[in-house]
Design a protein around this ligand. Structure first.
Ligand code: ATP
Ligand code: MN
Length: 480
């Protein structure tokens, strides 16, 4: 007999004899005569109800059907007499595949806090919330590839170990196979990286952009989708030390085209989830409104989860320049009343998340794209504007998330690029290969980076980034 997945069983709703299902017990209740088992196999948020009449089974076996146990059931699909489900399984044979001692198993059929479940990250896949999140994470992965494939992009596997610091921020994890207790030194007494595994100093990548640019100058349009690593000590609800990034890079595209692509892409991914993950989204929508019931009225979200997703798809993102954003912020109430932690003085101030949230949640009440930032607060590779002060950068800010996308048109002019690298103290020698893309057949091109977990946060309504990646890595934490 072949196993049928619970998702398919519930979809077919067919009264049949002799089906085989396997899964994990979510709960088991009942009386001396009959047990009702809620079984889930991960294929869907929905459980199937198993009805086991005591006369058909040994008491010893029934006692082992506890929350968390893995069981196999053979039975008939029948119309359910109870409310809440159309069909259920009348069990004929039950086999315990894996016990879960009720005294030891940490998950109970009740609501656990997200913090508690983070400590049980090895088991949290068995909860409604986390199974929904990780099914959505999969759906979004699929949507990303679908979107770019349909547009004729090529997926590029950029290296995870690199010698370059793409962001120039210096927040990198070093990769070495040196014996740290016995480091080779050169004549000057410095560590001799010629003797390291790769013959030079290497680290985990913070971005695949530089490599993607090279590929775009041949393949036309590419995207990377891989893990990136940042050794920044920012213990926030929006930062991970290991996160996944999607970085398209497009030849012949200017900043305007870059913004269009990013907006279309975000809307596509969200629509994909609405179309393909209705059950999971409905569950998370309810979860969020339940969670927010305990909050004060002014702390609650104005929209429910599904409503918010729909709203983002249906409305154009607000586009404004950094200068316009600064004007709005300088004249805003919280700035004048000194309610912001960082007061906006004028051109040159970096936008903090409190400012981003003001623009998105208070002023425009929708996603915002800010462009043309001062060159001093952006990376060396961004296309310089003619005003000499700003660069063709763009950030996309989302409600509740803040920055979700950072991108730019790239400086394609060799002379200007080299000058900027000198000004910013970026090692030209180290990036000789990057500079050659400007020396040989350069062209206008643009790209951006989307933090995958921030997109998942938005789609699932989760407020902590640690809850949308299976095993989060953050400062002082790399368990599991
Ligand atoms: P932030 O200001 O939020 O730290 P950033 O300016 O450092 O972001 P970029 O270097 O432009 O971000 O990276 C591109 C995208 O990657 C960001 O828009 C964000 O979505 C995501 N991102 C950046 N850092 C992290 C992180 N530590 N954890 C998760 N996602 C991140
Ligand atoms: Mn950052």
């Amino acid at each position: 007999m072949q196993r049928i997945k619970i998702k398919d069983l519930l979809k077919e709703q067919k009264i049949t004899e002799g089906v085989l299902i396997k899964g994990w017990v979510r709960s088991c209740r009942g009386s001396k005569n009959v047990s009702f088992i809620a079984l889930n196999d991960g294929s869907t948020i929905n459980n199937i109800q198993i009805v086991a009449e005591a006369i058909h089974f040994e008491e010893k076996l029934l006692k082992q059907i506890t929350t968390g146990a893995c069981i196999e059931v053979v039975g008939n699909v029948v119309e359910s007499k109870g409310s809440g489900q159309k069909i259920e399984i009348g069990a004929k044979k039950i086999t315990i595949l894996g016990h879960a001692d009720a005294n030891d198993y940490p998950l109970q059929p009740k609501r656990h806090s997200l913090e508690f479940l983070r400590e049980k990250a090895h088991l949290r896949f068995r909860t409604n919330t986390f199974s929904a999140i990780f099914r959505l994470r999969h759906a979004l992965t699929f949507a990303v590839h679908q979107f770019f494939n349909d547009k004729g992009f090529f997926n590029l596997h950029s290296p995870i170990i690199t010698g370059a610091d793409a962001e120039g921020a210096g927040e990198m994890f070093q990769v070495t196979n040196f014996d740290l207790k016995n480091l080779p030194k050169n004549d000057n007494g410095e560590i001799d990286y010629n003797k390291d595994f790769f013959g030079s100093k290497t680290n985990l990548t913070v971005s695949g952009q530089l490599e993607a640019e090279l590929a775009a100058m041949g393949l036309g349009q590419v995207y990377t989708f891989g893990p990136t690593f940042r050794a920044e000590n920012s213990n926030t609800s929006r930062h991970l030390s290991e996160f996944w990034m999607i970085e398209p890079e497009v030849a012949f595209a200017d900043l305007e085209a870059n913004m269009d692509l990013a907006e279309e892409f975000l809307k596509y991914c969200i629509q994909y989830c609405i179309t393909n993950c209705a059950d999971d989204l409905r569950f998370l929508d309810n979860r969020l409104s339940e969670e927010e019931k305990n909050l004060k009225k002014e702390e609650r979200s104005e929209m429910g989860l599904l409503e918010r997703l729909q709203f983002v798809i249906e409305n154009d993102f607000e586009r404004l320049t950094y200068r316009e954003a600064i004007d709005i912020l300088r004249n805003s109430k919280p700035n004048k009343k000194k309610k912001f932690k960082y007061i906006i003085e004028g051109f040159g101030s970096d936008l903090q998340s409190e400012h981003e949230r003001y623009l998105v949640e208070k002023k425009f009440k929708k996603p915002v794209i800010i462009s043309d930032y001062p060159k001093g607060i952006k990376a060396f590779y961004m296309k310089q504007n003619e005003d000499g002060e700003t660069v063709k950068a763009m950030d996309i800010l989302f409600p509740l998330i803040g920055e979700i996308v950072g991108g730019s048109q790239r400086e394609e002019n060799l002379e200007l690029l080299e000058k900027r690298m000198d000004e910013m103290d970026v090692d030209k020698q180290e990036l000789w290969w990057y500079l050659e893309s400007r020396k040989f057949g350069t062209c206008v091109h643009s790209g951006f980076g989307l933090g995958f977990e921030r997109l998942i946060m938005f789609v699932t309504g989760m407020k902590n980034i640690r809850d949308v990646i299976p095993f989060p890595r953050t400062p002082q934490n790399a368990e599991f």
